[in-house]
Write a protein that binds this ligand. Structure first.
Ligand code: ADP
Ligand code: MG
Length: 245
């Protein structure tokens, strides 16, 4: 059996009595690329909000690398290796692609002056590596504001990669992308899932088919189905609430 990186058990959050996530169990393995689908309002974004510490659960547990996240706040969870991308790209439009990646490189305190240059070399190497991965190697000096919507999404993924997260949470990363950009994003996610776990929330079924190994379907805050894309797509309950629409 593979090792679990994320264990979510009996997770519940209630907003004024309304359960956006309701007694959910959700497990992700090391190096797994998982898709989470479900109709609008299913609780997908709220699930990610709780994993990254933005929203505190009403009940249940979330363990990352076997450590309970309950007592941790957002930046501590980030520092443990959880990277979160929100639905809308938030890059610094007035900074270049290079600078956006540069500011995302983790700062280490207490570094001696004599080590500074070596560390800078390390950072340049990392920026080049990430820029190539996200298809922006040729536009490092362009202002982020000049990029297409899709390229901004990639840049934001790149900013997360600068920190080498062990678990990457992506909320609808291909929303608003062209067909070509979606295909490239599938290549990108398959590429960056080597050696890390990724949870991607997505609506676009063609895209999910390109990347998914295992698919989790949420509905009204609960787990509706889980399995391969084929299993999930032929599940009558899934067809009823989601795919049939
Ligand atoms: P999804 O991402 O699957 O579309 P969300 O997780 O954004 O769904 O939302 C799930 C449900 O929880 C929705 O009905 C939404 O209106 C509700 N919800 C989400 N966040 C809050 C909040 N902070 N306060 C009240 N209701 C919320
Ligand atoms: Mg959402």
């Amino acid at each position: 059996m593979s090792e679990l990186i994320l264990q979510v058990e009996d997770l519940t959050v209630s907003f004024d009595g309304f359960k956006a996530v309701d007694s959910l169990n959700f497990y992700v393995e090391k190096d797994e690329l998982r898709c989470v689908i479900g109709p609008n309002g299913a609780g997908k974004t709220t699930l990610l909000d709780m994993i990254c510490g933005k929203t505190k659960p009403t009940g249940g547990t979330i363990k990352f690398k076997h450590r309970d996240l309950a007592e941790m706040i957002e930046y501590q969870i980030t520092r443990m290796g959880v990277g979160r991308k929100f639905q809308n790209p938030s890059v610094y439009e007035d900074l270049s692609v290079f600078e956006n990646l540069e500011i995302s490189y983790p700062r280490k305190r207490g570094v001696l002056g004599s080590l500074f240059f070596r560390r800078e070399d390390e950072m340049f190497r990392k920026i080049d590596e990430v820029a190539e991965q996200i298809f922006l190697g040729d536009v490092l000096r362009h202002k982020a504001g000049q990029l297409s919507h899709g390229q901004k999404q990639w840049l934001e993924i790149g900013m997360l990669l600068m920190q080498d997260p062990e678990l990457l949470l992506l909320d609808e990363p291909v929303a608003g992308m062209s067909a070509k950009e979606r295909e490239q994003t599938a290549v990108l996610l398959n590429r960056i899932s080597k050696g890390r776990s990724i949870v991607v929330i997505e609506h676009d079924m063609a895209f999910v088919r390109m990347i998914a190994h295992k698919v989790t379907v949420l509905h009204q805050g609960k787990l509706l189905a889980e399995g391969s894309m084929d299993e999930v797509q032929s599940d009558e309950r899934v067809k009823d609430v989601y795919l049939g629409h």
